[in-house]
Design a protein around this ligand. Structure first.
Ligand SMILES: Cc1cc2nc3c(=O)[nH]c(=O)nc-3n(C[C@H](O)[C@H](O)[C@H](O)COP(=O)(O)OP(=O)(O)OC[C@H]3O[C@@H](n4cnc5c(N)ncnc54)[C@H](O)[C@@H]3O)c2cc1C
Length: 156
């Protein structure tokens, strides 16, 4: 079966397993909205791709409607006690664990945060696409413009 055929089957059939000794074109860390989409596009373009995901694969029946447990008790988000994140503001500093809230709060599962999130999608403004140009020269920031404009996206 060709890779493209495999990818058009369901998720479990589409999973290709590699041996530790196999060389692949891309290794992506994290299967969220960014990593997952990138992995799919690269696979469809014919590249061999491995996605590393630290969290479990959950199905529809595994979820419950309990924001307190998921968000405040870290049931789905990365628990800072079990998953401490270090943070520093410059290369000169030593990265340290933050005492209270971790720098990045995200869901830890196959599919990442987008699998179980609030789904507020506020409409972007034209200026949001050109923040890099607008604010150019912010020291230490890696702000860039979007590769597309508001006008190009608007019809969708
Ligand atoms: C509860 C909640 C509600 C939200 N509500 C909204 C909303 O209403 N509107 C909105 O626009 N956005 C919302 N967001 C934010 C939105 O979901 C995220 O911005 C988006 O999903 C981020 O996508 P991502 O691919 O960058 O990261 P994620 O989807 O977070 O994916 C990162 C993945 O990488 C994995 N990972 C991280 N480190 C490692 C490692 N070292 N090894 C292996 N795997 C690793 C994680 O387990 C995770 O699966 C919400 C987020 C949460 C958690």
């Amino acid at each position: 079966m060709r890779r493209r055929d495999v990818l058009h089957l369901g998720l479990s059939e589409a999973t290709v397993r590699y041996r530790d000794s196999d060389e692949v074109d891309f290794v992506i860390v994290g299967s969220g909205a960014a990593g997952g989409v990138l992995a799919r596009e690269l696979s469809l373009a014919g590249f061999s791709v491995v996605v590393l995901e630290q969290g479990p694969r959950l199905g529809e029946a595994d979820f419950k409607h309990d924001e307190y447990a998921y968000w405040f008790q870290w049931e789905i988000a990365a628990d800072p006690a079990r998953n401490p994140q270090t943070f520093r503001t410059s290369e000169r500093e030593e990265a340290r664990v933050r005492p209270r809230v971790p720098p990045a709060i995200y869901a830890r599962l196959v599919g990442g945060s987008s699998v179980h999130f609030t789904a507020n999608f506020w409409r972007l403004h034209p200026v949001d696409f050109v923040e890099g140009t607008l604010w150019s020269g912010v020291e230490g920031a890696s702000l860039v413009d979007w590769p597309i404009t508001y006008q190009e996206l608007e019809p969708y």
